[in-house]
Design a binder for this molecule. Structure first.
Ligand code: HEM
Ligand code: NAG
Ligand code: NAG
Ligand code: NAG
Ligand code: NAG
Ligand code: NAG
Length: 324
């Protein structure tokens, strides 16, 4: 064996590890020995879920964000409350509209059947979100693994740190910069809103409240249409919804084209067009889907790796919805 191949081996080993912002290490071959089947099981699970529910990719991508934003991606969002003194994170109004938690539990039980007590719910959630992006037509993202599950969900923290409707670009950028994201990556991760829906209650202020900062930032034609779907003082604002972009089930760069045309649905979407720091990236991604995919992929890895439990921290839960 020549010196060159030894050197090559070292480079290879180094590149299999991923340093966690402010913590331990994840690795790209974490389950190579303990559960090589895991990626295939998650992929098959996602494909069958997608056949019965075409909106599942959107749900899983948002689920991943709302898990990772609170104490890092530790599957705490999947825990059901086991007693009245400790409400689960999902009880937070900020988690309104979160769905498909149970599908992670189902995939986990499929993984447990093959590799018991090896793979964390947190990693399965990240792999599911990664497959969701691919199934919807987005990039295939290589993700480092080795996250551990939390035994301490924090309702109060979830309430405090999940984004508000009027978070604004400044806060949004500051929050994402904590995960190591650049401005370009922060704009790219918002491109997740190329999938899915928004319930009427989340846009009523934009449509009807003239004191709202984003009352006048929406294309009037779109506003007219959304007002028909979301009437004022309707009793169904919690269940009626609008689609986030015209290609709501396709992971593409249509979101940025929409934002550019003042057709962003949520306030934060429209805000991206009014801040001088973010607007250049909106324009570029609207014109360059490949560039969006590349920036989204690196943003996804940063969001999903920041502040996670590794090594002997946390546990591997057997059932994702319960402490066990
Ligand atoms: C930081 C600023 C953000 C704000 C204020 C925000 C807010 C929202 C709101 C209010 C909804 C509608 C929920 C509903 O009515 O059911 C939504 C949907 C969604 N969000 Fe975000 N979001 C943000 C960032 C993100 C990020 C970073 C991701 C993913 C990486 C994401 C992924 C999604 C997805 C996929 C949906 C559609 C969900 C579905 O169809 O069920 N969002 N977001
Ligand atoms: C509720 O659950 C928490 C965490 O499992 C535990 O510390 C606490 O004692 C429980 N409270 C009751 C009343 O069972
Ligand atoms: C709508 O959802 C909110 C939680 O975001 C809840 O507090 C409220 O009671 C719901 N309203 C109706 C009419 O169901
Ligand atoms: C939950 O988060 C709140 C707010 O950050 C914090 O004050 C509290 O100590 C946390 N509780 C636990 C049990 O970690
Ligand atoms: C309208 O928006 C303003 C500014 O955000 C807010 O203070 C006020 O409570 C809103 N009014 C209603 C009726 O929701
Ligand atoms: C909604 C949210 O997460 N807000 C936090 C973002 O980060 C700032 C500090 O940079 C906090 O003050 C916010 O609470």
């Amino acid at each position: 064996m020549g010196l060159r191949s030894i050197f090559g081996g070292i480079i290879l080993v180094l590149s299999l590890w991923f340093k966690v912002e402010g913590g331990g290490w994840l690795s790209y071959d974490f389950y190579e020995k303990t559960c090589p089947q895991v990626e295939g099981i998650v992929r098959a699970g996602l494909q069958s879920l997608h056949l019965s529910d075409r909106t599942s990719p959107a749900a899983l991508l948002r689920l991943m964000f709302h898990d990772c934003q609170v104490q890092g991606c530790d599957a705490s969002i999947l825990l059901d409350s086991n007693n009245l003194t400790m409400p689960s994170e999902i009880a937070s109004p900020k988690n309104f509209g979160i769905r498909n938690r149970e599908s992670i539990s189902i995939i986990k039980s499929m993984v447990e059947a093959v590799c018991p007590q090896q793979v964390s719910c947190a990693d399965i959630l990240i792999l599911a979100a990664r497959e969701a992006v691919v199934i919807a037509g987005g990039p295939w993202i290589q993700v480092p693994l080795g996250r551990r599950d939390s035994m301490s969900p924090n309702y109060t923290l979830a309430n405090a740190v999940l984004p508000t409707l009027n978070i604004g670009v400044d806060h949004m950028l500051r929050n994402f910069s904590k995960t190591g994201m650049s401005i370009e990556e922060s704009v790219a991760i918002m491109g997740a809103h190329t999938l899915g829906i928004t319930h009427c209650k989340n846009i009523l202020d934009r449509l009807y409240n003239s004191s709202d900062a984003n009352y006048n930032t929406m294309d009037p034609e779109l506003k007219k249409m959304l007002r028909l779907i979301c009437p004022l003082r309707s009793s169904t604002a919690n269940i009626s919804f609008v689609i986030n972009d015209p290609t709501t089930r396709v992971f593409d760069n249509q979101y940025y084209i929409n934002v550019m045309k003042r057709r962003g649905i949520l306030s934060i979407d429209s805000d991206l067009l009014s801040d001088p720091r973010t607007v250049p990236f909106v324009l570029r991604f609207a014109d360059d889907q490949g560039g969006f995919f590349r920036a989204f992929s690196s943003a996804f890895v940063k969001l999903s790796s920041s502040g996670v439990l590794t090594g002997d921290q946390g546990v591997i839960r057997r059932i994702c919805s319960a402490m066990n």
